[in-house]
Write a protein that binds this ligand. Structure first.
Ligand code: NDP
Length: 395
């Protein structure tokens, strides 16, 4: 049915490629392209071994629009699945417009020199995509992504109005390393060390990084864990699209060990994003740190335990107050057995494949730039249950 081009051969790109290959009725031809072609080739070899399917690979610099356009025009996919880094979102969107193909990603654009992620840069493409008759789907990972769809499902089926939303992301897995990040270290540390921000009665309230915490008792044997308030990009679109929302917050669990390492690294300047001169060379401390830390993809065989990510919501239905919790539990070892990756890459890569599936099968296809909660949650929720990320609703 559809020929797709996946860009980015990291932890997430590997899962997207494996999951697309597992779905041959929809994804008939697949190309995986990235900066380092040997990583694409290693993923292609794993796919051949696990599914028997052959996918194409290519080298591309996704910062370079003409190079991207040339690759897209040569391969002729119907859409590009962007799972490179957030810095490449705009160049890939530009290339998709120029080559006339649809676009999807899992993280919003972030300029390299400012640790600030916002949708404004990508929302500015709305008219261009509409005029070209093309679709851009933003943030089809887990959070953003599935969390937006959970909220849309709750708004459609469980509530007349959602007043309070708490998105809670718990990684109760253990990789046994002194310090490592579960996805791209640079993006992860920029996100975690940024100021916290939440929505309350029509405005954003800012908090110091990791200064607010609560303990939440997670289901499925995970138990109580300390969670920290952070800003997360899906809040920006959800507060615009959820009817009657009064407060929206995002929480993530971190171990004491992770926080101690982060504090020391921050204190000595290793998480900085400003270049410093060292022996005649410009070095960005966080990029150097990223090189020293374990590659997130290498954590796959080491990580044990589960993740639990979901939305806790309070609101009204038929004039009565009610609350609901929608969540998914994912097991690191089961993910590794299936596709050779840990659960953080898996919980991002599976929704990326489903988002692409929603587009190419026509269920979600419409011109313009869209966030996940603006589209019908039902077919996406159905696929989550079928493709490895089953969900639970507790009312
Ligand atoms: P990785 O760092 O593991 O992988 C990124 C890949 O992109 C690498 O293969 C890298 O190439 C490639 N890349 C980087 N720059 C370029 C470029 N200029 N041209 C071509 N390829 C490039 O990251 P992850 O797989 O962990 O994350 C991928 C994306 O998923 C990120 O945007 C991240 O923010 C997002 N994400 C979203 C989540 C969600 O729930 N929504 C959760 C987790 C991640 P090379 O191998 O040469 O370095």
């Amino acid at each position: 049915m559809a020929r797709v081009l996946i860009i980015g051969a990291g932890g997430v790109g590997s899962v997207v490629a494996h999951k697309c290959a597992q779905n041959p009725e929809v994804f008939t031809e697949i190309m995986l392209a990235s900066r380092t072609v040997s990583k694409c080739d290693a993923i292609a070899a794993s796919i051949k071994e696990r599914t028997g399917r052959i996918i194409e690979t290519a080298r591309v610099n996704a910062d370079d629009v003409p190079e991207l356009v040339a690759l897209i025009k040569r391969y002729k996919p119907v859409m590009v699945i962007n799972v490179a880094l957030p810095y490449q979102d705009l160049t890939i969107m530009d290339a998709c417009l120029e080559a006339g193909v649809h676009y999807m990603d899992t993280a919003n654009y972030e300029p390299l020199d400012v640790a600030k992620f916002e949708y404004k840069w990508q929302w500015a493409y709305q008219q261009k995509f509409k005029d070209a008759g093309l679709m851009a789907l933003l943030g089809s990972g887990f959070d953003p992504g599935v969390t937006n769809v959970f909220a849309a499902y709750a708004q459609k089926h469980l509530f007349d109005e959602i007043h309070v939303l708490d998105i809670i992301d718990c990684n109760a897995g253990d990789h046994g390393q002194p310090f490592a990040t579960n996805f791209n270290p640079e993006i992860n540390i920029r996100e975690v060390t940024a100021k916290g921000r939440y929505w309350e009665r029509g405005e954003w309230v800012e908090t110091d990084p990791l200064s607010w915490s609560m303990t939440y008792d997670f289901p499925d044997g995970i138990g109580p864990k300390k969670c920290f308030l952070m800003y997360h990009e899906e809040l920006e679109s959800l507060v615009q699209n959820l009817k009657g929302i009064r407060r929206a917050r995002f929480w993530m669990t971190f171990s004491e060990n992770y926080l101690n390492h982060l504090k020391v690294l921050g204190n000595v300047g290793m998480t900085g994003i400003e270049p410093v001169e060292f022996q005649g060379q410009q070095i960005v401390p966080i990029q150097f740190l990223g090189k020293l830390l374990p590659d997130p993809a290498s954590l796959g065989p080491l990580t044990k335990g589960k993740t639990c990510i979901g939305c806790v919501m309070k609101g009204v239905k038929d004039g009565k107050e009610k609350s609901a919790y929608i969540y998914n539990i994912c097991d690191h070892e089961a993910c590794y057995a299936e596709v050779g990756s840990q659960a953080i890459s898996y919980t991002t890569g599976v929704p990326a494949m489903i988002g692409a599936m929603m587009m190419v099968t026509g269920k979600w296809m419409q011109p313009g730039v869209w966030n996940m909660e603006q589209l019908d949650p039902d077919p996406f929720m159905e696929q989550l249950n079928l493709r490895g990320l089953p969900w639970v609703v507790q009312e």
